[in-house]
Design a protein around this ligand. Sequence first.
Ligand SMILES: Cc1cc2nc3c(=O)[nH]c(=O)nc-3n(C[C@H](O)[C@H](O)[C@H](O)COP(=O)(O)OP(=O)(O)OC[C@H]3O[C@@H](n4cnc5c(N)ncnc54)[C@H](O)[C@@H]3O)c2cc1C
Length: 375
Amino acid sequence: MRILIAGGGLSGLSLAAHLAARTEPLGPITVVDDDGGRPIAQAGWASWSDRPGLLDTAVSRTFDRFRVHAGGRERIVDLGAYRYRFVRGDDFAAAVTRMTSRHGGVTFHSGQISEIRPAGEGAEVLVDGEAMYADWVFDSVLGPEPPRADAWLTFRGWHVRTAAPAFDPAIPTFFDFRTSQRRAASFLYVLPRGPQEALVEHTSFAPARTRGVAEVKAQRDALGEYVSEVLGLRECTVGREESGSLPLSTHPVDRGRGPVLAIGTKAGMVKASTGYAFERIQTDSAAIARSLALRGHPFDLPKPPHRYRVFDAALLDVITRDPAQLERIFAALFDRSSAEPVLRFLDETSSVVQEGRLLSGLPPSLYRAVARRHR
Ligand SMILES: Cc1cc2nc3c(=O)[nH]c(=O)nc-3n(C[C@H](O)[C@H](O)[C@H](O)COP(=O)(O)OP(=O)(O)OC[C@H]3O[C@@H](n4cnc5c(N)ncnc54)[C@H](O)[C@@H]3O)c2cc1C
């Protein structure tokens, strides 16, 4: 069985590693990437996890609590069984290279993909105009028609360095609402690298009509104000700036088309209420590899219960209509000594009873939005 992975970013490389880790013979695997856009060495992903993972050697920073600031109150929240982790793109690529070189059957091919089309029992991928055949194609590049976006997550971050120690290297700030909510539901996020270095990021949930086009000046003003007024950093330099815009959709993606299966962002792996995808992509890669190895096809994948989509849709509905609600909802959700129940819910692994307990203290606007979804 010949396997081609279209795109060697987070999902393509994760899948290559998970396939290479299987003990069953799966045939040759080719990863095709155009090395363009955003080099993986410059990427980095934060995520939370409560279990060991295949690519844990790539984790460079681990935290067991985080700071939240909402409703005029700051608290340090323990993560319980979870750890918040950061993986640098270059460490991730190196971990995947180690895993796939042990396997021996994985090839990396540089080229631009323009089309993926059915051919015989499998599919042909056009790479720089040349057709490459595979029995199974995993596509993180072209994908099916994207579903309608319910909202956009827009963010802009500054890599800040200070003259004197200013950050607690053991505690990231998961969210801090001390910024304007006038344009969109927004918060600041701080990921420390050390006492004098951190990524400070402004994040907004923008309505669908914005199409993810951020107001750059407003983002920079908010960052500047947070750094100088809220954090009170006087002597600091801003190094690299990074920004992005992610469509958030609660609509399911029809990811399988014959021998082609969409993966990563194209498969709807970005969680609509958080914008996080790293752990979901790891879980999905493991499930695809298991299905391929045990069933001979990649479609035996778990389907998360529908109620999580309803919650995500209700949340986006509420906060894009009334941005101030996000702070109220987050303040209520994280008003506990451990974030574990919230993270379990966001991971879509909580029980209905746990969810009942978790959601009972949330603002009524959220329930009204859930009711609207069921009309
Ligand atoms: C700036 C940013 C920061 C993010 N941070 C986080 C985070 O901290 N935590 C988290 O959980 N999620 C994060 N996400 C969301 C998500 O995890 C990432 O977008 C993730 O990279 C998605 O993986 P992917 O494989 O779908 O896409 P990518 O990682 O973008 O991979 C796609 C690959 O395909 C290649 N490619 C594209 N077009 C072609 C073509 N025509 N031919 C050949 N190759 C092609 C690209 O070069 C790329 O290597 C972030 C997203 C962005 C945009």
